[in-house]
Design a protein around this ligand. Structure first.
Ligand code: ADP
Ligand code: MG
Length: 750
């Protein structure tokens, strides 16, 4: 950054003006220039003073008749009242401030006799027309002549994210004060000149002027596009550098055993009770070849819910164990980690009982390492990881702890990656003596540009096929207000339970919470059961809605429902101690408690093949991807799944459209795209836990797909030619600043 951009606003604007801006996090000239307008107001056409309509945005040409500052006795603070006239009609201008001093600059400019253009929204005060905090351009002050005043007044009006103490017009003035004197030398550009020239983009300074002081709508659009490109470019350059660094890193090659020479993988494949799908085979070959190279694999495996990612990952792990290394599997929650360990042991059978009576001679061990283990169990798990006795170590982020040592970590598999940040990935990769191979699995399919933005340093494999023999899932929307339908819902649950199957009942909250009508959970929910309820109220006031259904209340209600007499009702939510969670899960899996009332803690990965029904209460309040993920918990065995989406949404609302879309398709890619279209970018990136929101202010991950692809290609070219970016110091600094911001956000979140 140049000295000019790094200058504190206190120096440029003075302490008084800079103070409130600092409260908004704007401390330097650069901060302020990156505070982009949220939208642009129409400057309005010139209006005759005798045609001022209430509520209309107008611009009038008039002369100042009087202007006086006086204190407001009733409210405190001060008031500047001015009158302007076109010779026949009068209009008042009103400005409020905490202190009279703040109004002096206006008073100074609005001298009687001066003329200019005044812009604002017409309101009524005691029967006369007025403009409150109008924008104005005075001839001889802000503009040399009438004509220039017209140009100034016809600019689109930037509307900034503002606060009560710093209104948008004050931000606008501050921006102009710092922007007007800047020259090209003051504003360095992370986008290299040759890239800019080739793509015909304006300079950074021109782009800043365009978005903050536009001549026309076309002008600010052009500027904004260029700034979006810049954001995409810096991000993609950072990702290209990560890729390049990984490509030059060394890793231990873990080639598959030659055919006919035995090994865990060969034994596993021979004993597998089902045939792999074509997709599992293709992706398996991809992984096998990459693990055989002396460069760290950096791969993202995305797949439809239920497409069988676990088996693919396990086969990769076995190849590594066969080659003498260890594999670590990271899950986002303890429930999932414990379940993964159980699943892997079950899939491996005697192959996971190395060194035990009845175990395979060359078998290995699956160790589970979570934060809730007792001291003895923990010590044993740590020991088996450090000695190499455990070929596979499963855990949560506790695996990132310093105390955990591996004998020879060859592969890290991260399941349901969107819960893990880049930093956590790196921390785990640092655990090997050389970089381990890395396989990241996402819970749901994600659109291409999101993959490019959030996981842009990884190459992608995709599983689209669902294994044969699944009977699929039927989904229906059930109106909550219809008692007969609700009766039928519980009847259906009973029928399935009587047939020896299981039912999930999912609620958005844990506790009934009567004093917060329609509000969210009282205690901050754990990450693992964060119901995705953000921004889904569709603008409806919270007080107009019935309270959300809560786990504890619904469980009580079901226990008292005659239809479910004699059926054991289990409960699962994130505030239960880990031991109780495990117990609830196994009682459900075994059928002892065949109905499980839970929060979204069952969202990812939980695998109980006998579960056939899922009732989602307040389904209209969940996000699409989350519902799709939840629904993936059923229909995993031979019996068809039935998902009942109980909704309170009024027909025709976006909420109703969401649940209907979900009932209509089970295509994860289609739903993921729809989901993104309905969300704001912050949500997308927030949900991805990428921590990149602070550097992406204007870029939209879905709508700017073309820009992202273009930036990715350009950035790859620049990094390839100059991997250290020695010839691009501005770009290198922008990347470093972005990483700092990420680090900071990560620490704040932790
Ligand atoms: P996800 O991709 O959602 O993580 P899982 O790996 O949990 O899916 O697999 C879902 C279920 O399908 C598991 O019970 C698994 O054993 C089973 N499965 C995996 N691959 C196949 C296959 N090729 N044929 C039949 N069943 C399979
Ligand atoms: Mg899974």
């Amino acid at each position: 950054m140049t000295a000019r951009l790094a200058e504190p606003l206190t120096t440029t604007l003075g302490k008084r003006a800079a103070g409130p801006l600092a409260k908004m996090g704007l401390e330097t000239v650069d901060d302020l220039l990156r505070h982009y307008p949220r939208r642009y107001g129409d400057p309005g056409r010139m209006t005759d003073m005798d045609r001022l309509q209430l509520g209309e945005h107008v611009t009038v040409m008039a002369r100042v008749a009087s202007a006086t500052v006086r204190p407001m006795r009733s409210r405190g603070g001060a008031l500047l009242q001015a009158t302007v006239t076109d010779g026949r009609h009068e209009l008042s201008l009103t400005f409020f401030a905490k202190r009279a001093g703040a109004l002096r600059p206006h008073e100074d400019k609005l001298r009687p006799g001066r003329s200019g253009l005044f812009t604002g929204v017409v309101s009524d005060y005691r029967g006369s027309r007025q403009l409150t905090h109008p924008d104005y351009v005075l001839v001889g002050v802000d503009a040399d002549d009438d004509e220039e005043a017209m140009v100034e007044a016809s600019r689109p009006i930037p509307i900034y994210p503002a606060t009560a103490s710093v209104p948008t017009w004050r931000i606008q003035r501050a921006v102009r004060t710092v922007l007007d004197p800047l020259t090209e030398d003051d504003v360095v550009d992370p986008v290299p000149d040759e890239v800019r020239a080739r793509l015909g983009l304006p300079t950074r300074l021109d782009a800043l002027r365009a978005v903050h002081v536009p001549d026309s709508a076309e002008h600010w659009q052009r500027g904004r596009r260029r700034l979006r490109f810049e954001e995409a470019f810096v991000l993609q350059a950072a990702l290209a550098q990560r890729r390049a660094r990984a490509a030059s890193e060394e890793a231990t090659a873990r080639p598959p055993r030659a055919a006919g020479t035995g090994g865990l993988l060969a034994d596993f494949d021979a004993a597998l009770p089902f045939a792999l799908t074509d997709g599992q085979r293709t992706v398996g070959d991809e992984l096998a070849a990459e693990l055989a190279r002396p460069r760290p694999m950096q791969r993202l495996l995305q797949g439809e819910v239920g497409s069988g990612k676990t088996v693919v990952a396990l086969r990769a792990m076995l190849q590594v164990v066969d080659a003498g290394g260890q594999a670590a599997l990271l899950a986002p929650t303890e429930v999932l980690a414990a379940q993964h360990a159980r699943t892997l042991r079950a899939l491996l059978g005697p192959l996971a009982e190395g060194g035990m009576l009845g175990g395979a001679a060359h078998g290995t061990r699956v160790a589970l390492l979570t934060g809730s283990l007792g001291a003895a169990a923990r010590k044993e798990a740590l020991l088996s990881a450090a000695s190499g006795e455990a070929g596979i170590v499963v855990g949560t982020h506790a695996l990132l702890g310093d105390k955990v040592q591996f004998a020879d970590l060859g592969l890290v598999v991260v399941d349901e990656q969107h819960r893990f940040g880049v930093e956590q990935r790196d921390a785990l990769r640092d655990k090997g003596r050389v970089a381990p191979h890395l396989l990241v699995m996402t819970a749901t399919p994600i659109p291409r540009t999101v993959a490019m933005t959030v996981f842009g340093d990884l190459t992608t494999s995709t599983l689209t096929e669902i294994p044969a023999g699944r009977s699929g899932i039927a989904s229906h929307v059930v109106p909550a207000a219809n008692p007969r339908w609700m009766e039928r819902v519980w009847e259906k649950v009973r029928e399935e339970v009587d047939a020896g199957r299981r039912a999930y009942v999912v609620c958005p909250r844990i506790h009934p919470d009567d004093d917060v009508p329609g509000g969210g959970p009282k205690a901050p929910p754990e990450l693992e059961e964060m119901p995705d309820l953000l921004d889904l109220t569709d603008g409806e006031p919270a007080s107009d809605r019935a309270p959300l259904r809560a786990v504890l209340e619904v469980a009580d209600m079901l226990r008292g429902t005659p239809r479910l007499d004699g059926v054991e009702i289990g409960v699962l939510h994130g505030q239960m101690p880990p031991g109780e969670k495990d117990a609830a899960m196994s009682r459900f899996a075994s059928g002892e408690a065949p109905v499980l009332v839970s929060t979204t803690v069952v969202e990812v990965g939980v695998d109980v093949p006998e579960a056939t029904v899922m009732v989602v209460l307040d389904a209209d309040r969940f996000g699409i991807s989350q519902l799709h993920q939840l629904r993936g918990r059923i229909g995993r065995g031979a019996d068809p799944g039935l998902c009942l989406l109980v909704s309170t949404a009024q027909p025709g609302t976006p909420a109703a459209a969401r649940v209907e879309a979900l009932a209509a398709t089970t295509d994860g890619f289609e739903l993921a795209t729809l989901d993104l279209e309905l969300r704001s970018e912050g949500d997308v990136l927030g949900a991805a836990q990428s921590g990149r929101s602070s550097s992406l202010r204007l870029l939209r991950v879905v709508k700017d797909a073309d820009l992202i692809a273009q930036a990715r290609a350009e950035a790859a070219g620049v990094v390839e030619a100059d991997p250290g970016l020695d010839g691009h110091p501005v770009l290198a600094r922008a990347i470093a600043a972005q990483l700092d911001a990420e680090q900071e956000e990560y620490l704040e979140r932790a």
